[in-house]
Write a protein that binds this ligand. Structure first.
Ligand code: HEM
Ligand SMILES: *[C@@H]1O[C@H](CO)[C@@H](O)[C@H](O)[C@H]1NC(C)=O
Length: 330
């Protein structure tokens, strides 16, 4: 009797293991182990080479993955060029003349295609590249599960509606995160990605000269920071695309300085500094500014959540040959 129950359980679990990945369309850490075992090394090398040429590329790849995942899921849609059939995400307001790293992903994809043709999705390459970029910036490791498939289309409108902007309220931003299954802590933790990279003057300029029609700078921006940013971003349209570091302390190092900056009113974007304007998020900022190790741990956990948003699996979507365009043949 007991052995009958046991073998029955055995078959039950066996069937679960067989069918679960297909039935639930889940991602899998070992997805490419058989068909493209060198994938992680190829991505690592490609990101390393890109950073050796342009250190900022770490920030750009991390942001590109975020912008992919926030618009209809992590499906490589951000990588698609416009076509006669659709206007893609590349030219949406948050991306146009701003999102970078497309050619890095395309070049890694070309390497991967030579080794394992039509096996690895662009969405997975981007997810791995973002992780390698953070590691090479001395940030934390997180496990990237694989098996995402690539979207067949993309939408400017969706990108404009779904990506957060630095001019909207924390409440709005929290709502956008929540619609992707991310909670208040994820908002605070993932915003810490602004420990890397740069922003163009137009994204924070109103804080420097005429904040909300006051004729004065934003009172929540440190006065000496205002002075130095006014030097980088003079009050003329010509300065709009000039760059300032999001984390003025350690622009190329992934650390918790972002939170320390918020504590001293030196966050660059209004949306960054706004994390101090809500008691719950301010407490988290205080916490992460004090405990870098716990920040690393929580960033890794939130990146896993980010990377799992709305993924296509199984027979959905396709494996693109080139990341910039869908395959018109199968
Ligand atoms: C919370 C809402 C967020 C807003 C409003 C926001 C907004 C921005 C803006 C305006 C820029 C500057 C773009 C430019 O000037 O061209 C920027 C850069 C950046 N963002 Fe965010 N962001 C947010 C969340 C995130 C998240 C969740 C990540 C990643 C996990 C991220 C990663 C980055 C990085 C790394 C850069 C620098 C990119 C580079 O130097 O190429 N951001 N963000
Ligand atoms: C190196 O980086 C610059 C931007 O800093 C870019 O214009 C150039 O294409 C990159 N070169 C290579 C070989 O990736």
């Amino acid at each position: 009797m007991a052995s009958k129950t046991l073998s029955c359980l055995g078959i039950f679990f066996c069937m679960m293991f067989l069918f679960e990945p297909l039935a639930n369309g889940q991602l899998d850490y070992n997805f490419y182990d058989d068909l493209c075992p060198n994938l992680p090394m190829m991505v690592r090398w490609g990101v390393w080479a890109a950073l050796r040429n342009d250190t900022r590329m770490a920030a750009s790849l991390l942001r590109l993955h975020f912008h992919d995942c926030f618009v209809n899921g992590c499906d490589g849609s951000v990588l698609l060029d416009d076509t006669p059939n659709f206007k893609g995400e590349k030219n949406a307001l948050p991306n146009r003349n701003s999102a970078r790293g497309f050619e890095v992903i395309e070049s890694i994809k070309a390497d991967v295609e030579r080794a394992c043709p039509s096996i690895v999705s662009c969405a997975d390459i981007l997810a791995l590249a973002a992780r390698e970029a953070v590691i090479l910036s001395e940030g934390p490791f997180w496990p990237v599960s694989l098996g995402r498939r690539d979207a067949l289309t993309a939408s400017t409108k969706a990108a404009n509606e779904q990506l957060p902007t630095p001019f909207e309220s924390l409440d709005n931003i929290v709502t956008k995160f929540a619609s992707n299954g991310l909670d208040l802590r994820d908002v605070v933790v993932l915003s810490g990605a602004h420990t890397l990279g740069y922003a163009q003057c137009f994204t924070f300029k109103r804080r420097l000269f005429d904040f909300k029609g006051s004729g004065k700078p934003d009172p929540l921006l440190d006065a000496s920071m205002v002075a130095s940013l006014q030097g980088t971003c003079p009050n003329v349209d010509e300065s709009n695309s000039k760059l300032a570091p999001l984390d003025v302390q350690t622009v190329y190092k992934f650390d918790n300085a972002y939170y320390k900056n918020l504590m001293t009113n030196t966050g660059l974007l209004e949306s960054d500094q706004a994390l101090m304007g809500n008691p719950k998020t301010a407490e988290m900022v205080n916490f992460y500014s004090t405990y870098p190790y716990l920040y690393s741990r929580d960033f890794a956990a939130s990146m896993v959540k980010l990377g799992n948003i709305g993924v296509l699996t199984g027979q959905d979507g396709q494996i693109r040959k080139k990341c910039g365009s869908v395959n018109y043949y199968y």
